[in-house]
Design a protein around this ligand. Sequence first.
Ligand code: F0G
Length: 458
Amino acid sequence: MELPFAESWKIKMVEPMHKSTREEREQWLKEAHYNVFQLKSEQVYIDLLTDSGTGAMSDRQWSALMLGDESYAGATSFYKFESVVKRIFGMKYVIPTHQGRAAENVLFSYLVKEGNIIPGNAHFDTTKGHIESRKATAIDVTVDEAKDTQLEVPFKGNVCLKKLEKVLTENKGNVPFMVLTITNNTVGGQPVSMRNIKDTVALCHKYGVPVVMDSARFAENAYFIKTREEGYADKSIKEISLEMYKDVDGMTMSAKKDGLVNMGGFIATNNKEWFEGAKLFCIPFEGYITYGGMNGRDLNALAVGLEENTEFDMLHTRIHQVAYLAGKLDEYGIPYQRPAGGHAIFVDADTVLDCIPKEEFPAQTLTCELYLEAGIRACEIGYMLADRDPVTRENRFGGLDLVRLCIPRRVYTDNHMNVIAAALKNVYDRRKEIKRGVAIEWEAPLMRHFTVKLKRLG
Ligand code: F0G
């Protein structure tokens, strides 16, 4: 008999979880203004808000912490970390930052000027925020296939080369760089193929435009290339990673995802001018360039995390769990962005709650219902997160309206996945009874989803 699948790690430390009653959750959610970001973590049973900084570190990472060198300048921890980044990504210059958005802030402070156009395959919200706050414009050039949640194609995060070329020809001299996000978080943790990475970089370079890789989930992207793209089955994740970055000009990294740490990030580049320019912003914003907002011990843990998460078994365990949850939703007929992505399942809220008009935020409503059902905290990746158009101030209803069930790395078991799926099924079964959504009572001008105050309609 063939042995069944099992995780590639075992558990050494555990953390208790908190259950609650529906009455308690009704009260807590009301106090949180129907915004799950405003809940306290002890009010949450299974936390699927994000996979960012919420993973479990390994024994090797914890032991690396003890060897941290906390010298202000020139710490051994920095050089250890720098050598791993250079080896995995093939980049020459490395600047640590305290997380991904800090890397964006430092690099974009140097690169982005008012009026610039920056194309990308669905910029993450902080990336877009750092572009728009500098009065530049982010233009989405993701393939149209990404919008059809039921379409089963292997690389739905890809760049549409036609759309990209149009932006490049119409804005000659005004595109400081293009952002290539792997995996494409906003459209469902969908990967970008090696072919598409190479074609995108070649097209940008033809127009003299450099490419910055938003690399938060680069290892998951490499896993999908290995398992889905012809010609890569026999290559290691490390070989694939190196190939993905071969001609890219620079990267910003949220190490809280595929770096397997709770806090951290960095910029890496082959462009000396960018390095010199970004350094000048790193020092006032983040700190001296050999720590850039991180402790020596955290740099050590990150160096180990990058090594571990570029091993196939670690990635396979993770992506297998996401696929397991997807299989459960298939069993119950719940629609989600297909195929299952790398870090999360994105439930198609527009389809589930098709009686609720977009003005009443279906995905936000479904997020609330799932919390009320079982204390599961998911995250709206939809109309609320899309913010308003900076010029017209209208809500941006053009994209997808999804509920993200984001799985932290090495934290939950498949039994927890069963609970999540069952809770969602219960909500799904009574979807026709959910007739009204939510309305905004107060919102911030930018990145409103973190702090928005809502009321329940009906
Ligand atoms: N880029 C991508 C693709 C991301 O998913 C994130 C964060 C960032 C940049 C910013 O990094 O959080 O370290 O500052 N995504 C988290 C999420 C928050 O929940 O998807 P950060």
